[in-house]
Design a protein around this ligand. Structure first.
Ligand SMILES: C[S@@+](CC[C@H](N)C(=O)[O-])C[C@H]1O[C@@H](n2cnc3c(N)ncnc32)[C@H](O)[C@@H]1O
Length: 268
């Protein structure tokens, strides 16, 4: 499970779509509904999952500017020709260096999906200050919140989840990542800057028949746990037991996420 591989992003996309919090999405759509031609900037766009999730809910005339530092993912994001009323441009950009360049120019909303838990406190502070100075709202979806639960339970689950959560805090290119603390930090900071926030859970619920993503998820957890606290043999045994549960159609997983929509309403 490489967090940014096109295969992994494709595998997770239907689960992200299903998980998006409907009340948060509804708040975004309601705010946007009277904009004649909406301009969206998507940060860390990957292959364009947010575009595909949000475009059908927005006013027909849309301009999307997609930013990512991975050329391969950007190429996939523009591989499908959108309807005539929607224009999409994909621009390679390093968000650690050139965040401000992505925000410049006319923009109605900023979106980000599965991005905030990768970034550091200082980068998120920078994002909050920059969007606040420009009075731009932010729709941030699918930020991990630290809850991972496996059914049936296994004695090693807690150690694996602790290792995964520890790994979440490591540097993903933005400095030490906020991981599970990213959404609460962003929400608190944006509120302090006069934003109103609608938030809600957007958990992945992986059912026994969601076998491919479960197998990939367990492999990723084992790889991470092996790098950190757990002995190799314990990890291999844990993974073997988990795979047996998947094969038997007995395994399910819940992964906690948060979505939020922040728009400027107050004056400071
Ligand atoms: C977990 S993926 C999420 C992709 C997409 N938003 C989605 O929901 O499927 C994180 C994305 O952030 C991008 N990314 C990571 N570091 C970046 C950086 N420094 N500058 C720009 N993009 C970056 C990755 O290439 C990847 O596409």
């Amino acid at each position: 499970m490489n967090g940014f591989s096109a295969d992994w992003l494709a595998l997770r996309e239907p689960y992200d779509l299903r998980a998006r919090n409907p009340a948060v999405l509804d708040a975004v759509v309601t705010w946007c509904k009277d904009i004649f031609a909406i301009r969206v900037v998507d940060l860390g766009c990957g292959t364009g999952s947010t575009l595909r999730a949000l475009a059908p809910c927005l006013p027909a005339r849309q301009n999307w500017r997609l930013f990512d530092n991975d050329f391969g993912l950007l190429a996939r994001a523009t591989a499908v020709v959108p309807p005539a009323e929607i224009t999409v441009t994909a621009t390679p950009l390093d968000l650690t260096r050139d965040l401000e360049a992505a925000l410049d120019g006319p923009v109605d909303i900023i979106t980000a999906s599965a991005l905030l838990d990768l970034v550091s406190e200082s980068w998120l502070e920078r994002l909050a200050v920059e969007i606040s100075a420009r009075s731009i709202p932010l729709y941030a979806a699918i930020s991990y919140d630290g809850r991972t639960e496996f059914v049936p339970p296994d004695p090693f689950d807690a150690a694996v989840v602790a290792a995964v959560n520890k790994h979440q805090r490591t540097d993903k290119g933005f400095g030490p990542a906020l991981g599970a603390k990213s959404a609460p930090f962003a929400i608190a900071r944006l509120k302090s800057l006069g934003y109103s926030v609608t938030q809600g859970k957007s958990d992945w619920v992986l059912e026994p028949y969601d076998r491919d993503i479960q197998l990939e998820f367990f492999s990723g957890c084992a790889a991470v746990a092996r790098q950190t606290v757990l002995a190799h043999v314990d990890m291999v045994d844990w993974l073997a037991r988990r795979r047996e549960f998947v094969a038997a159609g007995q395994s399910s997983i819940r992964v906690g996420h948060v979505d939020f929509w922040a728009r400027q309403t107050g004056t400071l």
